[in-house]
Structures are given as structure tokens and as C-alpha cells.
Design a protein around this ligand. Structure first.
Ligand SMILES: C[S@@+](CC[C@H](N)C(=O)[O-])C[C@H]1O[C@@H](n2cnc3c(N)ncnc32)[C@H](O)[C@@H]1O
Length: 294
């Protein structure tokens, strides 16, 4: 506690104010400011006040937290604060599972497409494009015209801006093999690659906060929902609440694919869990007795 107070005070940030900031960030984004993130928050607030030449923390706080007047400042703070680390094919076993799920779905006699996929907390887009490549490859291998749409959502405006541009450094593409790179990317500079237009057209990116979840696009039933490395920053009860919310967006036989550390002991009635131990994926099965998600 003393350290937290010292650091807050040394950054010209009063302790009580600091707690209000932390609580507001969690209330509005779901993301907890854990002790190891406090210094980053403290430095960020201090820097912004200096940049704005604002000496009055009362004033800065009431402006930045004002829903309309502070929207721009708030969005910038959120952008700077959230962890947005990602890369292509970050968790290959989960992508392998997506591929096998798609293979099974398209072999089903009732399949008419399109498949709808939601990448939630997609950051700068690598995850959504990896899903697009995986689905596209599976459909092409089965001799089908690609028939799918992907929605990538993230609370960060800056991340969604980059996702829409679809330009990536080589360092983010270590898991993209040579053939995939030349099929789905154009080299646009030294060590810079852009996702080809046809693939970009398949993926729609939206700035959206899962705590509001108000986008009309998300109101449709999804076949796959992929949510990894986002909920780990939320409290456990909040993770459970959001996972239940995601489950309600799934079509029958649709699958929810979480990161391994996201939540254990979640299995509401009406769902089965994939048996592979290196992934955490669930299938909605309306033939299994339905019940309230716990
Ligand atoms: C570490 S990144 C994970 C990116 C990608 N899913 C992956 O696994 O590589 C977490 C992302 O969750 C986003 N995020 C955090 N809180 C959010 C919220 N309330 N609604 C939507 N996105 C959120 C962050 O902006 C960040 O881009």
C-alpha cells in the first residue's frame, strides 16, 4: 500500500484520485489495474497532465472522465493503457481446431454458408486475419468458394485503425509460412507486408467495448467466437459473466474458443467441451438439455 501511495504521490497523483482512476477504468473496460500496472497508469496520467499543461488534477479528472467532453482523452488513455500484444497464428492448436471445425461443418449436408466468425479483443487484427486464412484454406481445400465473414472487435480505436490498414512487420509474422505469405500478403516495403485486398474484404473491424456489446452486427448468431488473451485481465466473476454472454451469441453447433488460461470449470448445460487438452473450446449443442449458463 505504501509503495502504491508513494508512487502515486511522486507522480503528482493523489492516492484517492488514483483509486478513482483505477475503479473507473475497471468499471468502463473490465480491465483490472493490478499492482504491476499501477506505475504505468501513474506515469501515463502524469504525462498527459504535462502535455496538456494542466496543473489541476481535479480539473483533468473531471474533464477526462466526462462522457462527452472527455471522450477523446478517455479513448487515448485506454489506447495507451491496454495490453495489445498479438501476432499471427498466436495459438496454433486453437487454429488447428478451427480448421477441423470448418472441415466438419462444410461436410454437413445442411451446410449452406456463410460461416460467421467473431474475433473478440482482436487488437491490431492479426488474429482475425489468421482466422480468415484458416477458413479460406479449409474451404478451398474442399473445393468450395470461400463463403464466410469475420467480425473483429476491440475497445481500442488505434488498434482497430491498424487492423483495417492490415499492414504488418515481418516480426509479427514468424508463424506465417512462405506459401501462405505469398498467397495472402503483398510486400509493401522493407519487412512490411499488407494483407491482400480480397482477404481484407472478408474481415470487418469495429471499435466496440464488450461491456456494451451494442453493435447490430454482433446481434446475429455466430458460428465461431474466438476470444483469447483478453479476459485474463478481467476479474473471474466478470470473465464468467462475459463468457455466458458470448455463449448466448452462438448458433447451434457453434463453437466458443477461449485461451487456455481464461477460465476453468465453465461448462453450462447445452455445451460440450472439445477433448483436446491443449485448447479450450466448447460446442453449443441444442440436443443436450438446455439450462441457464452458470
Ligand atoms: C492482449 S490483446 C489479445 C489480442 C488477441 N486476441 C490475441 O490473443 O493475440 C487483448 C485485447 O483486448 C482488448 N480489450 C480489453 N478490454 C476490452 C473490452 N472491454 N472490450 C473489447 N476489447 C477489449 C484490448 O484492447 C487488447 O487489444
Amino acid at each position: 500500500m505504501a509503495n502504491r501511495m508513494e508512487s502515486a504521490i511522486s507522480q503528482n497523483c493523489d492516492f484517492d484520485y488514483f483509486d478513482v482512476w483505477k475503479a473507473t477504468i475497471e468499471e468502463r473496460t473490465g480491465v483490472q489495474i493490478t499492482p504491476d500496472r499501477e506505475r504505468a497508469l501513474s506515469l501515463l496520467l502524469n504525462r498527459r497532465m504535462q502535455e496538456l499543461d494542466c496543473q489541476d488534477i481535479d480539473q483533468y479528472m473531471s474533464d477526462a472522465l466526462n462522457a462527452t467532453k472527455g471522450a477523446e482523452e478517455w479513448s487515448g488513455l485506454v489506447d495507451s493503457l491496454l495490453v495489445k500484444e498479438t501476432s499471427f497464428f498466436r495459438h496454433q492448436p486453437s487454429m488447428d481446431y478451427v480448421q477441423s471445425w470448418v472441415n466438419k461443418a462444410i461436410k454437413c449436408s445442411s451446410f449452406s454458408g456463410p460461416l460467421w466468425i467473431w474475433s473478440l479483443g482482436c487488437s491490431t487484427g492479426e488474429e482475425a486475419y489468421s482466422l480468415a486464412i484458416t477458413v479460406e484454406q479449409a474451404m478451398k481445400a474442399a473445393g468450395l468458394e470461400p463463403h464466410y465473414g469475420i467480425i473483429g472487435t476491440d475497445i481500442s480505436r488505434e488498434a482497430i485503425f491498424q487492423a483495417r490498414r492490415g499492414i504488418y512487420r515481418e516480426s509479427k509474422m514468424a508463424m506465417v509460412d512462405k506459401a501462405t505469405k505469398s498467397t495472402y500478403f503483398d510486400q509493401v516495403g522493407s519487412g512490411l507486408w499488407r494483407v491482400k485486398t480480397e482477404l481484407r474484404r472478408r474481415v470487418c473491424f469495429l471499435t466496440s467495448n464488450i461491456l456494451n456489446d451494442g453493435s447490430p452486427l454482433i446481434r446475429r448468431k455466430m458460428h465461431l467466437i474466438y476470444c483469447q488473451n483478453m479476459l485474463v485481465y478481467f476479474r473471474r466473476w466478470k470473465r464468467r459473466e462475459i463468457i455466458n454472454q458470448l455463449a448466448s451469441h452462438l448458433d447451434d453447433q457453434g463453437s466458443l474458443i477461449l485461451g487456455l488460461g481464461e477460465l476453468s470449470n465453465w461448462l453450462p448445460s447445452g455445451f460440450t467441451r472439445a477433448t483436446q487438452r491443449n485448447i479450450q473450446a466448447y460446442i453449443r449443442d441444442e440436443t443436450v438439455e438446455q439450462g441457464e449458463a452458470r
